[in-house]
Ligand binder design. Sequence first.
Ligand code: NDP
Length: 329
Amino acid sequence: MNQTAQKTALICGISGQDGGYLAQLLLEKNYRVVGTSRDAQTTDFRNLRSLGIFDQVEKASMALTDFRSVLNTISHAKPDEIYHLAGQSSVGLSFEQPVETLESVALGTLNLLEAVRALGLPIRIYHASTSECFGETGGKPVNEETAFQPKSPYATAKAAAHWMISNYREAYGMFACNGILFNHESPLRPKRFVTGKIISTACQISAGADARLKLGDIDIRRDWGWAPEYVEAMWLMLQQETPQDFVIATGKSHSLREFCEFAFATLGLELTDYLDSDPSFKRPTEIRANCGDASKAERLLGWRAKSTMRDVISMMIKHELPAYSDIGS
Ligand code: NDP
């Protein structure tokens, strides 16, 4: 008989892309998984359903900006580990909703830290920090020592949350880690994110739809990885002896143009026949190029990205294409 006590994980923001894959991973590891949404009564938890794990997860409503709600949720769930993934997560939307972004990301993280501190429990915390905090690096690989120069309300809020995690770790000895994750994609990525939009539009066109791909600047460069691999890194961070921050990335940077060209070519389409430039998608400030150096994660966690950008595109197309099989019939 297995004598190891079952661990409980609280995933804040379980309805999102990473929440779904992380819940799946932790259930496979025999965790009890409790997941929060702002309103668990009305959220459809589409990702948990599509992964076939909806019934295995306990759901709770939690408003990160409300300290009492955060405190109650944690004290009821009694987690060993908290994975804090919740908050407004779109860079583009953060220019339209800067206050909502700052409050949900920065104040939300502070509430969570204060609640764990008030409860005085030895809970380990993972925080979803982001490569956006680095700002413009010209595509030079960055690591945990690189200075932050955020270029959006989203990145500024995440940088504040990142430093609160570091500060509470140092000031109160809390086991709190920042995972500084570069872009990671999957079929669970909502269509409002550019990669989901590109794959969905290409699949619709390939199935016969009269659609056009409208994008802003396609010469920006990003380091894209595969989300299911990235949630493994989150778990590994909380299994270490000491809490630390880690960059998680593939180490390869590609332009959005390359992403589009490969997606369309995979479906036998010529990108230039369907692409429209739309200046309304351009942001007030934009990072031209980024790239991560995840050598610390490889050295200490034994983690390394396996999937390339092309693998990610192929897997997203394979999943998306059947959804449009009846177009044109
Ligand atoms: P998603 O946007 O898919 O999920 C985030 C969750 O946060 C949502 O399910 C939602 O839950 C909740 N949420 C959304 N808006 C708000 C808000 N205004 N206030 C409070 N809660 C909100 O994100 P991902 O799964 O892609 O990413 C997980 C985390 O990792 C996020 O914090 C993101 O910023 C960060 N990150 C993601 C990267 C990526 O490439 N995917 C890269 C680096 C960092 P509900 O609606 O159910 O309340």
